[in-house]
Design a protein around this ligand. Structure first.
Ligand code: PLP
Length: 394
């Protein structure tokens, strides 16, 4: 049987993680893996999560199946958090996903059924997993320009040239906030322009919201998603609770579909449920239940929001410190973009051989496209890191 198979390539991030783990240098720096890190370089369990888990442990009476749509109260809490009441509930339907990836998968599969081999436009660059996810859903992947390598800002004119040219059968995948990998994000005014364009062309938006609260705040980060959802007749949103609740391995996510009316929403819901049944049958519930408990409890919710704020502010501080150190040492503003980007990542724009050199000579690990995870910047070694980056960048 297996002789027909060829070795599949693993996502480079897993190779990098293994290399980092095997590196015996004690001063190595991990800017690679896309998880939040605290000052001790750990990815902690949030206090509100620990408390919610204890509550669930003390009170849960069953582990029986939850049903194909998953944890409805979790979905509702995420809809409220994400949309803030901007859309009529009669038009919204949800199923849970296996994390944000599973949430995307459900939605993309439904879109692949709605438009077999239809075109989906994805930002260039993007989170690499978007591409196989869309291809596996029977969609045809195209891209729109997104990043200006010279300014390290969004190349909005180039992006809009493609977005404006789309037709009503096309799908466009938008990062809701905290773009991965670039860290460059649309301003509110640019979101308004994108939504006006989609309104004109009828192209269908799918918003990937994996980092809500990691940029400037929940409401600020939700601006684009709310604009899309409240102004367009139809859209989909894939929500991940992996980062903002630190629930990575628990796989908590929500697939949100918004249709033009309630009857259409029912059809979309039946399709989403059909996808779940025919793929994983039931979604994981532990993380979903943790999020539900937190969001439905005033105190836990406040505690979570404060902790998330602390994480967000730490990442902002690290950005500013690194950008300041580089400016001080080089007398140039070339790396100021690190402080201007938001979310967990910045794309430095270094060539692959320079990224390799940083790894082999200095023990500084980042993805080969030069994406760094700012949460991995060691706060007490910012000057040293600035030296490495400046030397590498020549
Ligand atoms: C842009 C983007 N979307 C979706 C996800 C999905 O995350 P998860 O499946 O772990 O919830 C990630 C995770 O890295 C991401 O960066």
């Amino acid at each position: 049987m297996f002789e027909t198979l060829q070795k599949a390539t693993l996502d480079k991030i897993f190779v990098l993680m293994a290399e980092y783990a095997a590196d015996p240098r004690t001063n190595k720096i991990d800017l690679g893996v896309g998880v939040y890190k605290d000052p001790q370089n750990n990815t902690p369990i949030m206090t509100a999560v620990k408390k919610a888990e204890q509550r669930i442990l003390d009170t849960a009476k069953t582990k029986t199946y939850k049903g194909v749509v998953g944890n409805k109260e979790f979905s509702q809490a995420i809809v409220d958090l994400t949309l803030g009441g901007t859309v009529d509930a009669a038009r919204i339907r949800c199923v849970n996903g296996n994390g944000g990836t599973g949430a995307l998968m459900n939605l993309l599969f439904v879109l692949g059924r709605a438009r077999p081999k239809g075109r989906i436009f994805i930002s260039d660059p993007t989170w690499p997993n978007h591409i196989p996810l869309a291809e596996n859903a029977n969609l045809t992947v195209s891209s729109y320009p997104y990043f200006d390598a010279a300014t390290r800002k969004v190349d909005f004119d180039a992006m809009m040239r493609v977005i404006d040219s789309l037709g009503s059968d096309d799908i466009v995948l938008l990062h809701g906030c905290c773009h991965n990998p670039t860290g460059a994000n649309l301003t509110h005014e640019q979101w308004d322009i994108v939504v006006a364009s989609l309104k004109r062309t009828g192209a269908f938006p799918l918003v990937d919201l994996a980092y809500l609260g990691f940029g400037d705040g929940i409401d600020e980060d939700a601006y684009g998603t709310r604009k899309v959802a409240s102004e367009l007749p139809e859209c989909m949103i894939a929500f991940s609770a992996s980062k903002n609740f630190g629930l990575y391995r628990e796989r908590a996510g929500v697939s949100i579909a918004i249709a033009k009316d309630s009857a259409t929403a029912d059809i979309v819901s039946s399709q989403m449920q059909n996808v779940i049944r025919g793929t994983i049958s039931q979604t994981p519930d532990h993380g979903a239940e943790v999020v539900r408990v937190i969001l439905e409890d005033k105190e836990l919710r406040a505690e979570w929001a404060a902790e998330l704020k602390g994480m967000r502010e730490r990442m902002k501080r690290l950005r500013v410190k690194l950008a300041d150190a580089i400016r001080r040492k080089s007398n140039s503003k070339d790396f100021d973009f690190i402080a201007e980007h938001s979310g967990m990542f910045s794309l430095l724009g270094l060539p692959g051989d320079v990224v390799q050199k940083l790894k082999t000579e200095d023990g500084v690990y980042m993805i080969n496209d030069s994406r760094i995870n700012v949460a991995g910047i060691p706060e007490d070694r910012v000057d040293e890191l600035a030296d490495y980056l400046l030397r590498a960048a020549g």
